[in-house]
Design a protein around this ligand. Structure first.
Ligand code: G3H
Ligand code: ZN
Length: 309
């Protein structure tokens, strides 16, 4: 993959009306899955590392170097971002660890504190040429479960003021998605009017959608057929994410669907071939399933396929 700056990727996405997918990776398999998907579909990508993945890989600096090194063999453009960081000091560490971009998530802080902390992060990041994504409003997530309980939609005027005051390079907004799903009877409604209002107020600015996977029930069923007991949680439909991708959301974070496909494929292989214990024999189909899911997102949900030939 050829390294590109976030500015280059997002202005290309804006001009051509599509969205850049951001995918969390935690191992060689997941990293290769995203890179191969980007290469196969001629899409750009953001390779992300979450705080959980940072703990998992133990030496995140070396992992970032590995991602960059592996990426050199692919033509598809990318950059490397640290996803959700709740503290200013941890952001400083990620900047020093070699990330091209960091996300400071102050969404659960009182507004003025979120502004003040984001300013601190932006100052240090920009001195080192690192891009900063911030968040305003709160989206529901794993720990909340009931939709609406902890959701605070982003206020459009406050969002403009926040960007102006902090100088953040990208802003995650809350318009109906949820992290990892919540308990509901159907797909969650995306607040299309609110989204259009916000993206229309600052055209070409990188607004970001988190919780942009869709947890199609069929994927959960396939996983549960391997003996898992995954709860049928809900997020926004792929149709709604595609709407967002075509209407000014320039970056979308989507993970849980890829994780489900990875686990299903590994377990299916173990069930079908119970004598096989070589880890490569089940990690390879798992990696392929992750890649196929990311390719699907790039082609059908982000509309980013074929943008880099
Ligand atoms: O930051 C990560 C994302 O927001 C992923 O959420 O897997 O629920 O789409 P998701
Ligand atoms: Zn997120």
């Amino acid at each position: 993959m050829s390294f590109r700056t976030p500015e280059e990727l997002f202005s290309h996405a804006y001009e051509n009306r599509y969205c850049v997918g951001a995918f969390n990776v935690f191992s060689l398999e997941s990293m290769m899955a995203v890179m191969e998907a980007a290469e196969n579909t001629c899409s750009p990508a953001v390779i992300q590392v979450s705080s959980g993945a940072e703990k998992y890989v133990k030496n995140v600096k070396a992992f970032v170097r590995t991602i960059r090194d592996f990426g050199k063999d692919y033509k598809a453009p990318f950059f490397i971002q640290h996803d959700h960081i709740k503290g200013v000091e941890a952001c400083f560490k990620a900047i020093d660890d070699g990330f091209d971009a960091v996300m400071f998530d102050g969404s659960r802080l009182p507004y003025e504190e979120n502004v003040a902390s984001t300013i601190e992060v932006v100052k240090r990041a920009h001195e080192k040429g690192v891009w900063v994504e911030a968040e305003l409003g709160a989206i529901a997530g794993f720990e909340d479960f009931v939709y609406g309980e902890n959701t605070v939609y982003t206020d459009p005027d406050q969002a403009m003021e926040f960007i102006e005051k902090t100088g953040c390079d990208a802003l995650a907004i809350s318009v109906g998605t949820a992290h990892g799903g919540v308990r509901a009877d159907d797909y969650l409604p995306l607040e299309r009017d609110l989204l259009l209002k916000i993206t229309g107020m600052k055209k070409g600015y990188p607004f970001v959608l988190h919780g942009a996977a869709s947890l199609p029930p069929e994927l959960i069923t396939k996983c549960n057929e391997t003996g898992m007991d995954v709860e049928y949680l809900r997020i926004c439909s792929e149709e709604n994410i595609l709407f967002a991708a075509r209407n000014g959301i320039l970056k979308a974070n989507m993970d849980v669907d890829n994780f489900l496909c990875f686990t299903t494929a590994a377990r299916r292989t173990m069930i079908d071939k119970p004598a096989v214990y070589d880890p490569r024999k089940y990690l390879e189909p798992a990696r392929d399933a992750f890649r196929t899911e990311v390719e699907h997102k790039m082609r059908n949900v982000l509309d980013s396929a074929g943008r880099y030939l």
